[in-house]
Write a protein that binds this ligand. Structure first.
Ligand code: BG6
Length: 496
């Protein structure tokens, strides 16, 4: 079948930095459907040739050594540009005409990708609906219409519901692809493979063996040029509502009966349903918030901003598998290193037979799933130190993707774009999933604003967030794994 992909926000950063490079890399590897046309829609007046030339330059920059002129020229022949305004009906009528001309009456799957700023999501959906571009029925040559919506999907539960309502006026849920690029990461997809394609981990993946789970998404970068957006969003909306909760659901969910979009998403939804939204009093004790020093001097940030650039949140998944196992989530900007990792911290052994029997001597086992940048999995366990009677040391078993697989891991957008084109919704958030996630985050945001508790700690850039975060973990009888994972190849030497 032939495909048309219309990108709204064609001159924006996302299109230039992510979408076009991902599409080009797929084309270069022969992974795209043969008859894919890509139509850029944005306000800037430009010809097809001018858009192609601008993209050639930016794509060469973003894909580096992968850029080959011949391959690009072949790819660029499928790029078209349509100047237009999202609020103008006439521009959608002319877009419709252009699509009909390009498709020449052949059965074509159309994908509308909203890569615009979020304020344009609703008007774009309404214009697609009003112009008839969303309709599937009654058009023999229009087998399917899909819409891809970038994040953020709303800024709270009420706005997410409103956006879902607008979407559902014109598109059925089976046509909707809400992006969370974390789900496109190979290492995130591998969590389910690790858990469910191996029989040995699942029996211990529960409250009987696991003491707690830590999910960390630490970033070294500050807010950069995005101060205006970030100051209204903050870390909870920017990272927790989507990426961190997605990591949590994939870690905690039950095995689906089948590996298809609805079965997988049903299980993820059950996890979110098992997390009870916090009361104001609970927010004061179950969360930590921080702001890096210097944040208030960033461009477009209010000089007295109370926005958190770091947060740590304890969530409890109240179901049979996880009752009593806290999930500690944290994320921040301007932290000591860039790492996203999930730590499954197992329980202490029932008896400490070795050493003097104190807990410090023998840490419990832990499994660390490194999502990025050192993609891999590490099991921490105890080993006898040679030549000493009963001395033990914590050692690791390491798996690294790059030791086993020659190809570099693809960018998340490559996988997600392919899935949209082939109609697989497994790695996209469903409407109920998004709303439940906001239902967990909203009370925290509201309590922070209303009570000012817990206090907004300042932290030095380059730290693991505020000191208060470590104290908070200690008060819960646990310790963060503050580890910058530079996993070295195991050539007989030590790994760290
Ligand atoms: C985005 C956030 O969704 O994810 C950014 O808006 C954040 O603030 C980014 O930096 C992190 O993504 P990644 O893939 O670099 O971990």
């Amino acid at each position: 079948m032939s495909h048309s992909l219309v990108i709204f926000g064609a001159s924006g950063d996302l299109t230039t930095r992510k979408l076009i490079p991902a599409l080009y890399k797929l084309a270069e590897r022969g992974r795209l459907p043969g008859t894919l046309r890509m139509i850029g829609f944005s306000r800037t007046p430009m010809s097809h040739e001018a858009w192609r030339a601008a993209l050639a330059e930016s794509t060469a920059k973003f894909v580096g050594g992968r850029f080959q002129r011949d391959a690009w020229n072949q790819f660029a022949a499928g790029l078209y540009y349509h100047p237009g305004d999202i609020g103008h009906a006439a521009d959608f009528a002319s877009l419709s005409k252009q699509l009909d001309e390009l498709e020449q009456g052949k059965p074509t799957a159309r994908v509308y990708y909203l890569a615009t700023v979020p304020q344009f999501f609703e008007p774009a959906i309404e214009s697609l609906g009003a112009s008839g571009l969303a309709a599937e029925e009654g058009r023999p040559n229009s087998p399917c219409r899909r819409i891809v919506i970038e994040k953020p999907f709303g800024t709270d539960l009420a706005s997410a519901r409103r956006l879902n309502d607008v979407v559902h006026q014109f598109f059925a849920e089976r046509q909707v692809y809400r992006i969370d690029h974390y789900l496109g990461k190979e290492t995130v997809q591998n969590i389910l493979v690790f858990r469910l394609a191996n029989a040995i981990f699942e029996p211990i993946w529960n409250r009987n063996y696991v003491d707690h789970v830590q999910i960390t998404a630490a970033e070294e970068v500050k807010v950069g040029r995005r101060g205006g957006y970030y100051d209204t969003a903050g870390v909870l909306r920017d990272m927790f509502q989507n990426h961190l909760l997605q990591l949590l659901t994939v870690t905690a969910m039950e095995a689906p009966a089948k590996f298809n979009a609805d079965a997988v998403r049903n299980e993820k939804v059950k996890v979110l349903e098992a997390i009870r939204p916090m009361t104001t009093v609970e927010v004061a004790t179950n969360t930590v918030r921080g702001q890096y020093l210097g944040y208030r001097r960033e461009k477009d940030v209010a000089p007295d901003s109370q926005t958190a650039t770091f947060a740590a949140v304890r969530l409890d998944v109240n179901n049979w598998r996880w009752q009593g196992v806290p999930f500690f989530l944290r994320s921040g900007k301007a932290m000591g290193c860039r790492t996203t990792q999930i730590v499954i911290q197992f329980r202490d052994p029932p008896l400490r037979l070795f050493g003097d029997g104190t807990a410090g001597q023998q840490k419990a086992n832990r499994l660390v799933i490194h999502i990025q940048p050192a993609e891999g999995i590490q099991l921490h366990f105890h080993t006898k130190v040679p030549n000493r009677e009963v001395d033990t040391r914590e050692t690791t078993l390491d798996f690294r993707f790059d030791s086993f697989f020659a190809d570099a891991l693809p960018d998340a957008y490559e996988r997600l774009l392919l899935d949209v084109l082939s109609g697989d919704q497994s790695l996209f958030a469903r409407s109920d999933e998004v709303e439940l996630a906001w239902g967990i985050i909203d009370p925290i945001v509201a309590a922070w604003q209303a009570t000012g508790r817990p206090p907004l700690w300042q932290y030095e850039p380059g730290m693991w967030g505020p000191i208060g975060s470590s104290d908070w973990m200690q008060a819960a009888g646990r310790q963060w794994l503050d580890d910058c994972p530079v996993l070295k190849h195991v050539d007989g030497g030590e790994t760290e």
